[in-house]
Ligand binder design. Structure first.
Ligand code: SAH
Ligand code: SF4
Length: 355
């Protein structure tokens, strides 16, 4: 393609206002935008040809000037338990992962979306952390993961967790824009959306200002700053105490119970003493605790740095963590046979219960 040729614009994942601006730029009447928006968000159209209430001329014009999806399916893995793991190729060739999960006791589907390509935080147990940071995703690319999953699977997504690759609150503008689109255009109830953060205090404050009824999950992973610094390096910037203050404020502003995530690394974060410290630390916070048994991941040199605690150790930790009356859940595994983690697949089930 030479420089003078226009690059077609992808429409899936755009807001109604953005689609309106696009149709007006083509000289089409504004109401066409509403029709296209409905085909994308309600009817999961996979091509412009399916948009039968548009004339053939309009469809041909759209095919010339636009594409539907901003993502291309590069790879799909389906697990024995029905979990679908998607690898999507972005317009610039970079790759991101998303996951669709369902739970036997529920008829609903949950999507796990990525917010960045790679991640700069570099947690020592996380596959995405090993990749380093590549770039932020746009709101459109975040939304389009859910739409592409719905188009491919034919299932309606009811819950969305921002627990794929990347640190959502280091891409806070696009993530906040995507939250509004997720609620208003995709139609996911705010209470069915969870954003998980490694603890970016200014991002937590920004999100609080939006006053959305979403669930905020904090990846705490250690009850004190000294230990946390070793596994979540960003603790050097914001200590555990800073995080607790930010979470109290978040709760005050939104009235939404927080989810505290805690990864269990054998011999590192899983002692009874640490469970008691954790219970004391979050005692006054309106929160539930979700324990994540470590999912072994290889570092770039092929080494696996940690071990997953035994079931017995997991249960012991849970018992002690419950000592101040909080609800403590252990993560339910999905798609382990296909390594369904976006490096760190997580489930929406417990987070849903937190709302
Ligand atoms: N960057 C955000 C969101 C993505 S990670 C965050 O860190 O919160 C979603 C969750 O999975 C986080 O709690 C993360 O710490 C955890 N996780 C990452 N790698 C993991 C692994 N190998 N085993 C278990 N949990 C992991
Ligand atoms: Fe980034 Fe989250 Fe992985 Fe840490 S756990 S490296 S913040 S994606």
């Amino acid at each position: 393609m030479n420089e003078l040729e226009e690059v077609p614009i992808a429409l899936s994942g755009l807001t109604l206002e953005e689609i309106e601006a696009f149709v007006l730029s083509l000289g089409l009447p504004k109401f066409r935008a509403r029709q296209i928006h409905t085909w994308i968000y309600v009817k999961y159209a996979g091509s412009f040809d399916e948009m039968t209430d548009l004339s053939k001329d309009v469809r041909d014009l759209l095919k010339l000037k636009a594409t539907l999806s901003s993502l291309e399916l590069a790879h799909l893995q389906v697990s024995d338990d029905g979990t679908r793991k998607y690898l999507f190729k972005l317009a610039d060739g970079k790759l991101v992962e998303s996951v669709l999960m369902s739970f036997e006791d529920r008829a609903t589907y949950s999507a796990c979306v990525s917010s960045q390509v790679g991640c700069a935080v570099g947690c020592t147990f996380c596959a995405t952390g090993y990749l380093g940071f590549k770039r932020n995703l746009t709101s459109q690319e975040i939304i389009d993961q859910v739409l592409a999953i719905q188009r491919e699977s034919g299932h309606r997504v009811a819950n969305v967790v921002y627990m794929g690759q990347g640190e959502p609150l280091l891409n806070v503008d696009e993530v906040i824009k995507s939250l509004h689109t997720m609620i208003n255009s995709v139609g996911i109830g705010a209470r069915h959306i969870t954003v998980s953060t490694s603890g970016i205090v200014p991002g937590i404050e920004r999100l609080a200002q939006e006053d959305l009824q979403i669930t905020l999950a904090l990846s705490l992973h250690a009850p004190d700053s000294e230990l946390r610094e070793q596994i979540v390096p960003i603790t050097r910037k914001w200590s555990v105490e800073d995080l607790m203050d930010a979470l109290y404020e978040y709760y005050k502003k939104t009235g939404r119970r927080i989810t505290i995530e805690y990864v269990l690394l054998a011999g590192v974060t899983d002692s009874a003493e640490q469970a008691k410290e954790l219970a004391m630390l979050v005692k006054r916070l309106h929160c539930n605790i979700n324990l994540i048994p470590y999912n072994p991941t290889e570092a770039l040199d092929g080494t696996v740095l940690y071990k997953r605690p035994t079931l017995e150790a997991q249960r012991r930790f849970k018992r002690f963590a419950e000592s101040t009356g909080k609800t403590v859940t252990i993560r339910l595994e999905r798609g382990t046979d296909i390594d369904a983690a976006c490096g760190q697949l997580h489930n929406a089930f417990e987070n849903d219960q937190a709302s």
